[in-house]
Design a protein around this ligand. Structure first.
Ligand code: TXA
Ligand code: MG
Length: 332
């Protein structure tokens, strides 16, 4: 059963308690309803992907109470600070490099070195994040491939019974998702058009003295409303291991590290256990941590590759296999 909560302080505190306990709570933002999880809890983030039925791990947006809180987790280039002044709280998401001490689970950022951050303008979202005292990772609160929800009824139609609660936050003022701009490289790149218009963004860039970077429209940064294409291959943006990765391994060579799921294959020296209990949500939560760690270990020990044991192809197993397959292809 999915509980429908109201907007009283008691309800908000209850919702924050659920998030703290690793449960999922949908809540309103000024753009669309988000499916929230404690961003620092990898298992809770894995549960988001499972509830959405996402066949792959797309990076999620982390929602913060303030720009200060966001910039404690990501590195704010001067331009990012300017845009935050202009558009936050509001429907702008900025992709920025993670800081070393960032407590956000790697799975929330799909293992990338960048993190998408935003400060929403909706009072319910703000109160919820403040009550939790941690960033809230939240994709739109719809089943994968469906339209983003802008009411409690939409959320319940898609996710009723799959999440702990939804906060009745009223209507979504903007009604389309946030604009996503990548500021992690030398030039800002518009990844997804959204609630902040390209014109408004361009004007802000010009005001910041970045005239030469202020023409988004017509460059190859926009590809329909799917966004996230900044050139061939960008759609595949994901963590790439440095070493060759062999998937569905049924034996392990002496010069390979092992990514285990369940009882490890015999003979492996360096092992990262995704889930000893063969729990797919746990495996999703630990996947990117495991790949990063194995990469480091394997390089330090002079190993030549990583062997990944088979992971069942149901539930989150689909997303896990999708990522493993891409990582295997990318590393070749
Ligand atoms: O308005 C919104 O943005 C809503 C509300 C809930 O905040 N959220 C939302 O989340 O639309 P989602 O997961 O449906 O879309 C997030 C977008 C995806 O296109 C994702 O690929 C991109 O942001 N994104 C997230 N992190 C990224 C990163 N590190 N690098 C590149 N793109 C990223
Ligand atoms: Mg979405």
């Amino acid at each position: 059963m999915t509980e429908v909560l109201g907007r009283t302080d008691r309800d908000i505190l209850r919702a924050a308690g659920m998030l703290r306990a690793g449960e999922l709570v949908a809540f309103g933002t000024e753009t669309v309803y988000g499916l929230g999880a404690d961003a620092t809890n990898g298992l809770a983030v894995a549960a988001v992907f499972e509830a959405k039925g996402r066949p792959r791990f797309n990076p999620l947006i982390c929602h913060y109470e303030s720009a200060e809180a966001a910039f404690a987790d990501v590195v704010a280039a001067p331009l990012a600070a300017r845009l935050a002044d202009t558009f936050w709280p509001g429907p702008l998401t900025m992709v920025l490099p993670r800081r070393a001490g960032c407590a956000v689970a790697l799975l929330a950022g799909a293992g990338l070195e960048t993190l998408a951050v935003r400060v929403p303008a909706h009072p319910v979202a703000q109160r919820l994040i403040a009550a939790l005292g941690r960033p809230v990772a939240a994709p739109s609160a719809n089943r994968s491939g469906r339209i983003s929800p802008t009411s409690v009824a939409h959320v319940l139609a898609g996710l009723g019974g799959r999440i702990a609660a939804v906060i009745d936050s009223g209507a979504c003022r903007v009604g389309v998702e946030s604009t996503v701009v990548d500021l992690s490289g030398p030039k800002p790149v518009l990844l997804r058009p959204g609630g902040v218009s390209a014109e408004a963004l361009e004007a802000a860039l010009r005001a910041a003295g970045r005239e030469e970077d202020s023409r988004f429209r017509g460059n190859d940064g926009i590809a329909g409303n799917e966004g996230i294409i900044r050139g061939p291959g960008m759609m595949e943006a994901h963590y790439m291991p440095n070493l060759p990765l062999r998937i569905d391994a049924t034996e392990v060579r002496g010069d390979e590290a092992l990514l285990a799921f369940g009882a490890p294959l015999a003979g492996a020296g360096v092992v990262f256990q995704l889930s000893a209990a063969e729990n797919l949500n746990e495996a999703g939560a630990t996947l990117f941590e495991g790949l990063h760690w194995l990469d480091e270990q394997a390089a330090a020990l002079g190993l030549t590759g990583i062997a990944a044991m088979p992971v069942p192809r149901h539930g989150l197993g689909l997303a896990i296999n999708d990522r493993l397959k891409r990582a295997a292809a990318a590393a070749q």
